[in-house]
Design a binder for this molecule. Sequence first.
Ligand code: 8X3
Length: 257
Amino acid sequence: MNRLKGKLAFITGASSGIGRAIAERYAEQGANLIITSRREEKLLEVKGDLENKYGVEVNILLQDVSNPEDVRTGIDSLPENLKKIDILVNNAGLAVGMTKIHESDPASFDRVMDTNVKGLLYVSRAVIPLMLENNIPGHIVNIGSTAGNAAYAGGGVYCASKSAVKTLTDGMRIDLIDTPLRVTNIQPGMVETNFSVIRLGNKEKADSVYKGIEALTADDVADTVIYATNLPQNVQISEITLMPNHQATGTNIYKEV
Ligand code: 8X3
């Protein structure tokens, strides 16, 4: 049963990777979209592609989630019909490098925490009240990570940011316990996207991360988001952890050599 047709989904970081795949899966189900990112050209490309393929309405919102003013004014300026958001997917996130905390550039701490943690908070702070005011039985999906369950070498800050996503998701679910809103944390393990290219600075290094293991694809993650948000209103998935077949935990990975 398709409960997503005609719904309005707001997806951050939707110009590429997991965010773009999530946008496409919602469009495929007949949902209309608001997609956000800092990259207008990319957003326009996604909009054109999804509108052509699926005949849904795709609205773009240019915003840097780590800038609270940008987030607030961007969402305030949406026309009334686009303020009736049914599903918020807090996807925007990144990792910077694989270095020890005491050897890292302090600016990288800000980049990771400002996007993965504070960005999620700013967007949620703006969107959740709209769901409540409009009596919408909304759904908040936060994209966490297996990295949120335990730290690994060179990943201290990124792992901490995803631990925060896990705790914030639980906090939101508690805050919204007496409302129809549902809150879900999706925790993917290894997913092959541009994530590692951005993190490590080049494609060769990124390729070596996924060598010897069939990683998840962005579509695999998107399917899980669709599953969690298409369930009947009385079903609230608190957390889904998904990993490739040969990954057992965030740090136990079997690679064929
Ligand atoms: C990203 C997964 O394995 O790089 O969230 O930490 S991993």
